[in-house]
Design a binder for this molecule. Structure first.
Ligand SMILES: NC(=O)c1ccc[n+]([C@@H]2O[C@H](COP(=O)([O-])OP(=O)(O)OC[C@H]3O[C@@H](n4cnc5c(N)ncnc54)[C@H](OP(=O)(O)O)[C@@H]3O)[C@@H](O)[C@H]2O)c1
Length: 299
């Protein structure tokens, strides 16, 4: 990739919001290899993030001056935010602070999905609409569901109670490392600096949950089944396992999208932007197999 790491005589400065999150942490590890300066935004005093090339800026969304201070001097900005009912207002505040600070390109972590009232898809539509009013370059990354969604299945698989309302629908899951690698390329590449684009990010192929169960059976050497549940049966099962409120609604909404194969698209974007093929579900399961075996609980 053609990397642009300097602005005038200075090293490029990249601000990263959501730096302690799944994608943000993977992005920081990647940027640590690059000759750029990074400032990691966090609400907590996570000084462990600080390295010779990574600065830490503590932000308080109730005090906009902390956002302005955190973004001062930044050329490019990666924007991720944990799922929360403050997501729209916080991300819009960060976008406005970045534009005011003179950031020339924002890479926003969004989500692939149909127009829907389901959170956080509706939130991302509102944030993207705000970004579209900004006269700067931006790259919107719309990943399908992260493979980490399967981590929720680990304990139920180990105890033989895995199930859901996804039916035989197919979904193309993507690894957070691949999302972070695309984000890194979008932040560093010169060719799209001024452009305003969106990418759908996926893994190499769509899978159904029964196929995931078949793959786990092969890897674990014992039969793993995905129990088909109705929506109300699955809502009850989630409540019984302590999941409620917004998270239960989100998981039921995701199962609906999976059931309808609404997130089954396969794109070549990860390869196109990073030069390496995306991680497959089988690879991800192999790396994370211990969690599904239950052996860590027994031993
Ligand atoms: N999970 C999926 O399958 C999936 C798929 C596609 C897209 N996405 C999108 O990816 C984004 C999440 O990315 P991620 O998984 O890397 O993030 P994450 O790990 O959930 O969280 C990222 C960071 O956001 C910061 N944050 C700031 N204000 C917050 C608040 N009010 N509540 C929660 N966190 C807050 C937190 O950092 P500090 O505590 O350090 O401030 C947190 O570490 C979401 O926008 C989601 O819609 C997710």
């Amino acid at each position: 990739m053609a990397i642009d790491m300097h602005t005038g005589n200075n090293r490029r400065r990249i601000a990263v919001a959501g730096a302690t999150g799944r994608v943000g942490a993977a992005l920081l590890r990647g940027l640590a290899e690059d000759p750029v300066d990074v400032v990691a935004l966090t609400r907590g005093h996570q000084t462990s993030l600080r390295t010779t090339t990574t600065d830490v800026a503590v932000v308080n969304f109730d005090d906009p001056s902390t956002l302005a201070k955190a973004l001062r001097g930044a050329d490019r900005f990666f924007l991720a935010h944990g799922t929360s009912d403050r997501q729209v207002s916080n991300e819009i505040a960060l976008i406005d602070a970045a534009v005011a600070a003179g950031v020339t390109h924002i890479v926003k972590l969004s989500a692939m999905g149909p127009p829907t009232e389901l959170h956080p898809f509706d939130w991302h539509m509102r944030i993207e609409a705000h970004l579209a009013t900004c006269d700067i370059g931006y790259t919107v990354l719309r990943p399908g569901s992260f493979m980490t969604v399967l981590a929720r299945a680990a304990a139920p698989v180990a105890s033989g109670s895995w199930g859901g309302a996804a039916g035989d629908g197919r979904v193309n899951l993507v690894d957070v490392q691949d999302v972070a690698d695309v984000a890194r390329a979008s932040l560093l590449e010169t060719r799209f600096a001024d452009s305003q684009r969106a990418y759908h990010l996926t893994g190499p192929a769509a899978v159904s949950m029964p196929e995931v169960a078949d793959e786990l059976s092969r890897l674990l050497g014992r039969a793993v089944a995905y129990q088909h549940r109705t929506v109300s049966e699955h809502r009850d099962a989630l409540a019984a396992s302590g999941v409620d409120g917004m998270v239960a609604d989100l998981l039921l909404g995701l199962d609906r999208l999976f059931r309808e194969s609404a997130l089954a698209e396969t794109t070549s974007t990860v390869f196109d932007l990073t030069g390496k093929g995306p991680v497959s579900v089988a690879d991800w399961l192999r790396v994370n197999l211990t969690a599904f075996s239950g052996s860590s609980e027994r031993g």
